[in-house]
Ligand binder design. Sequence first.
Ligand SMILES: Cc1ncc(COP(=O)(O)O)c(C=O)c1O
Length: 404
Amino acid sequence: MSYSKKSAQNALLYPRNVMPEKFVSVKVKSIPPSGIRKFFDLVLEMDGVISLGVGEPDFVTPWHIREACIYSLEQGVTSYTSNFGLLELRELISKSIRKDYDVDYDPRAEVLITTGVSEAADLAFRAVINPGDEVIIPEPSYVSYKPSVSLAGGIPVPVPSYQDNEFRVTADQIEKSITKKTKAIVLSYPNNPTGAVMRRSDLEDIANVVSEKDLMVISDEVYGKLTYEGTHTCFSSIPGMKERSIILNGFSKSHAMTGLRLGYAVGNEALIAAMTKIHQYAMLCAPVTAQIGGIEALKNGDTELKKMVREYDRRRRLVVSGLNKLGLDCFEPMGAFYAFPSIKSTGMNSEEFAGRLLKEQKVAVVPGDVFGDCGAGYLRCSYATSREELIEALARIEAFLDSL
Ligand SMILES: Cc1ncc(COP(=O)(O)O)c(C=O)c1O
């Protein structure tokens, strides 16, 4: 066979008109894109917008943490670490959990360093979910849990929470949603998007249900340090819950380290080993530079952390009282950095209000129903932005309301 004849045959064997979408899995096609993204693509195209939309600190990472990262780079520390993460960081995490919540985690087997809480959550779901397992997710909720549960082969079961119960989910509601297929419950307090926190007694009631029904809890406590009223309760500090939970946490919010991508999971050795199995193939390890930053944050970061918390608290009071004065009924958030005002009095739905506010007054907020159906009639306003911008945003919202 001559060379030219062979290539002609190859051309027939590999036709060019292929639609690449057909290679995308059915499961991924079934996952809707994030509602927040859709909105923020619009914001990026506009000038002069005040954004109360993103869930990201406006502070840069404290200088001493950046300096530690830079110094490590200068020293040539650029290699992989253990899959579990640097032992020194795991030891510091274990020590800080013992100090804050009186729970003991073995740094050698019960702590896994991850690429943000995002990866830790994904690993936790993939490590525990069997096909068809149901996972209870109180709503309004951070947008990633539902798709992550679905991608892991599970079935997300949303449970609504309401303003008249301060957006706290109850043990009773959870109990009523349990079926034979229920495997786990996601808890995420202080909550994104409502700022709700759970009382210790709420968590104890849930712990009773968890024990009785032989379930487990995945508790995302990334906003735990940003608690303004009362104290944060780590779920595993409730007797009997350490063996039944995976606690997720990280440095993005508490130490303004979002772009460095550093998180961790703590839990029983068997659960952490299962998560590490996936992590070692999917990620190998968290970025070493970020891990060095994490060590510095835990060793010397308390002063800066307290400063940021004080500033968020001031902004929280400014925004909540400002919104209430404008007639937008705003529940008092006790943690995280979001206000969740009701706009039901305006007669508009969340998407219409957010869309018109953006177009007419250039203030970006997120429609509440992006976080679950029970968020309909609310907006998420992040106050992780300067006080000057918050004051201007409130003035623009007032002008918008006056124009209705
Ligand atoms: C509740 C919650 N969990 C996790 C994350 C993601 O955290 P990380 O940056 O550590 O991946 C966010 C980010 O907004 C969040 O709000």
